[in-house]
Design a binder for this molecule. Structure first.
Ligand SMILES: NC(=O)c1ccc[n+]([C@@H]2O[C@H](COP(=O)([O-])OP(=O)(O)OC[C@H]3O[C@@H](n4cnc5c(N)ncnc54)[C@H](O)[C@@H]3O)[C@@H](O)[C@H]2O)c1
Length: 287
């Protein structure tokens, strides 16, 4: 077989320790895997470690995790600032939503990983086929799209690229279930299902704000009053305003500049000002 089988996977390697990478790593550790998180920035790694310590401490308080299991989980995660995935059986990439960055990483991974190592991207909007197009052994490559917060939300979109081995999606479904997730197979189209539809939740709210229909707090309040769990501005702050903007930009291009996907200037101004949401301490709200 051209890729590792489920019962052979022991070591899960996560590339990028930001908003998604840190949560994906903890999810895999809670499912019993040995996990490594790689990020270039020490500050990001320290934040990821702290956030995973805090999350598991709360789980102990709530009685859903024993103190002993918490220790075991925390000690199964390594945080590193050098890329070395040579002994991993499965790698999940959670780098910023930039095609060139992701493609370069997979080339590096291919050079150091074993030929059967499963390589996955957590992209929200880029073509999975395009990300994997430079691989020499693309049969073991696909998309595994988690939702934020990865430790809590159950849905995972499983994406087969053009060259993905026909049996890999079934393994990804089984792997996702082992992580306690609810996987859904989706086609490799821009934004898959959830981000494609949810794009307008953000974009229309930004347009409403820009034309002065209401302030961001009121828009959030009204949407939450109809049953949405989080208003659009709170949600953009949670996602990361830069990440959300990058996803919109990539979808706008993927849809050949269809006006309905046009990115927001107002959102771009936030990115330019470094107001990225929770992760930078300020976005639409102050943290
Ligand atoms: N934020 C969300 O809600 C969300 C949800 C689902 C999927 N995603 C997708 O997940 C991916 C990551 O998003 P995020 O929100 O975690 O981004 P993030 O900005 O929080 O984290 C990205 C991390 O990558 C690191 N990084 C950048 N270049 C690197 C390199 N060359 N090598 C190693 N590390 C590097 C950065 O230091 C940063 O910590 C994106 O593709 C995004 O579309 C995001």
């Amino acid at each position: 077989m051209s890729f590792y089988q489920l019962d052979e996977i022991r070591h899960v390697y996560v590339v990028g320790g930001g908003v998604m990478g840190s949560g994906i790593a903890l999810t895999a550790a809670l499912a019993g895997y040995q996990v490594t998180v790689f990020d270039l920035l020490e500050t990001v790694l320290a934040k990821a470690r702290k956030s995973n310590e805090d999350f598991t401490a709360k789980s102990v308080e709530k009685g859903v995790l024993t103190a002993e299991k918490r220790e075991q989980v925390l000690s199964s995660v390594q945080y590193v600032d050098k890329l070395n995935a040579s002994d991993a059986q499965l790698v999940i990439e959670a780098l910023p939503e930039k095609l060139a960055l992701k493609q370069l990483l997979f080339e590096q991974l291919e050079a150091q990983c074993q030929q059967r190592t499963i390589l996955l991207t957590n992209t929200s909007s880029l073509s999975v086929s395009l990300i994997g197009s430079k691989l020499q052994h693309p049969a073991r490559f696909g998309g595994l799209h988690f939702f934020n917060p990865a430790t809590i939300l159950k849905l995972v979109e499983v994406v087969a690229a053009e060259a993905t081995h026909p049996e890999l999606p079934a393994l990804l479904v089984a792997f996702s279930k082992k992580l306690g997730k609810t996987p859904a197979l989706v086609a490799d189209i821009p934004g898959f299902i959830v981000n494609r539809v949810a794009r307008f939740y953000y974009l229309e709210s930004l347009r409403a704000l820009q034309v002065g229909a209401a302030d961001h707090e009121k828009i959030d309040r009204l949407l939450e009053a109809t049953g949405f769990r989080m208003g659009p501005f709170k949600l953009m702050d949670l996602i990361g305003i830069d990440t959300n903007q990058e996803v919109t930009r990539s979808m706008y291009n993927a849809f050949f500049q269809e006006p309905r996907f046009r990115p927001s200037h107002l959102q771009q101004r936030k990115v330019d000002a470094g107001q990225l949401g929770r992760k930078s301490g300020r976005g639409f709200y102050q943290y």
